[in-house]
Design a protein around this ligand. Structure first.
Ligand SMILES: NC(=O)c1ccc[n+]([C@@H]2O[C@H](COP(=O)([O-])OP(=O)(O)OC[C@H]3O[C@@H](n4cnc5c(N)ncnc54)[C@H](OP(=O)(O)O)[C@@H]3O)[C@@H](O)[C@H]2O)c1
Length: 377
């Protein structure tokens, strides 16, 4: 009797898993754009998820180990084998990497803005090898440091003539510590304050190169997250477990990305610089790599078995960076290469204005660096 129930249970689980996976596969829209980017320059933050080769071996052996564990524990091994094959054939990478790869294929000069020299170098050489485009390089940036963002921007503005596409992609889903050395709540700093500062410091080049685009990778996770701007720089208390707190704070910072995009679009009206935000979908990446124990096991199992690949997930940010369909749209939220309605908290202009003021203070924006409303508006 127990064996029959168990077989039914496992068969249903596998069927549900396969249906979800098929749904992602069949409903994913591709960017469908043939735009050429020769002569254009793009910056993609957090594009270094191309893993150095030695990690394939580690992944491979870990996958064999995980496969055995799953085989024994969950019987979801069919999906794990599929993912295992996926890792070997398609080289598992993040959204930023796939975006940079696509821009390089279109002939752009691409600058990967990364914090790890080793991973950035590996990603650069892989992109150059795959696309034949030698105009791919990296500059180091650490989004946990305001000074590092300033150094990056200063060097960029000194050495580069133009900037056509800025993709604010880098983010973290887990606290590495509570506060950064600048005294800013960790996830708030990496996911919102640093992209906010970077955009301010590069806006001159974007305006000079207009028509140009800013693409901010947000998330619909923000729809469920609590929001209290009065306590914005506080690390919330842990309720049940750390991972839940981290996921909630992560969601809130992604809501800030959307509010920032809306307000920035209003301020850039008429300048030829458009700005849009997006939700890439549920994608199997390393975003929550800091999770531990059983939570890590469950999130990885779900992500590896059910979620989209990074190449599929990167389509909307590529679409916003290159497609002619969106050249006149600014302040929009997109997913699956389509514009969608913004949820209520994310479209509140008063909230966006208040967040902007607080962010200017936290990012130490100088008066001459401020992005003001266009005159006469
Ligand atoms: N995956 C999803 O399902 C999902 C869903 C909704 C939204 N998103 C958004 O998609 C974007 C890309 O994430 P992903 O899923 O591709 O995850 P990922 O593979 O972990 O990529 C995140 C990138 O950000 C970089 N980064 C983290 N902290 C940094 C710092 N202090 N300075 C500089 N770079 C830093 C990481 O560099 P290191 O490798 O050096 O850590 C990595 O390259 C994020 O904005 C995320 O919020 C993802």
């Amino acid at each position: 009797m127990f064996a029959i129930v168990n077989v039914w249970y496992l068969t249903s689980l596998i069927c549900i898993g396969i249906c979800v996976k098929l749904y992602w596969k069949l409903s994913t829209r591709w960017n469908g754009s043939y735009s050429c980017l020769v002569g254009k320059t793009a910056v993609v933050t957090g594009a270094n998820s191309g893993k150095p080769n030695y990690q394939i071996t580690i992944n491979l052996s870990m996958s064999i180990f995980r496969w055995i564990i799953y085989l024994l524990m969950t019987h979801l091994y069919i999906l794990e084998i599929l993912h295992f094959i996926n890792i070997i054939w398609f080289f598992h990478t993040g959204l930023g990497y796939n975006t940079a790869l696509d821009f390089a294929k279109r002939g752009a000069r691409v600058i990967l803005a990364c914090r790890s020299k080793e991973r950035a170098e590996a990603a650069c050489s892989k992109i150059i090898k795959e696309t034949g485009n030698k105009n791919v390089s990296y500059k180091l940036i650490d989004l946990t440091s305001l000074q590092s963002v300033r150094n990056f921007a200063e060097e960029f503005n000194k050495t580069e003539d133009r900037l056509d596409i800025l993709v604010n992609n880098a983010a973290l889903g887990v606290f590495e510590k509570d506060y950064t050395d600048d005294g800013i709540q960790f996830l708030l700093h990496v996911n919102h304050i640093s992209p906010f500062l970077l955009t301010h410091l590069l806006i001159g080049k974007l305006k000079q190169s207009a028509p140009s685009r800013i693409v901010t990778v947000a998330s619909l996770a923000g729809a469920l997250s609590p929001m209290n701007l009065d306590n914005i720089n506080k690390v919330p208390k842990i309720l049940l477990f750390t991972e839940l707190r981290d996921a909630m704070v992560y969601g809130t910072t992604k809501l800030y990305n959307i509010l920032f995009t809306n307000e920035l679009a209003r301020r850039l009206d008429g300048t030829g610089v458009t700005v849009n935000a997006l939700h890439p979908g549920c994608v199997s990446t390393e975003l929550f790599r800091g999770f531990k124990g059983i939570i890590q096991f469950i999130t990885q199992l779900l992500a590896y078995s059910l979620f989209m690949t990074s190449e599929e997930g990167a389509q909307t940010q590529i679409y916003l960076g290159v497609s002619k369909d969106v050249e006149n749209i600014s302040g929009g939220l997109f997913t699956n290469c389509r514009q969608i309605g913004v949820y209520s908290t994310a479209k509140d202009p008063q909230l966006a204005k208040k967040l902007w003021q607080i962010s200017e203070e936290l990012a130490h924006i100088n008066p001459n660096e401020k992005i003001n409303f266009p005159i006469n508006k």
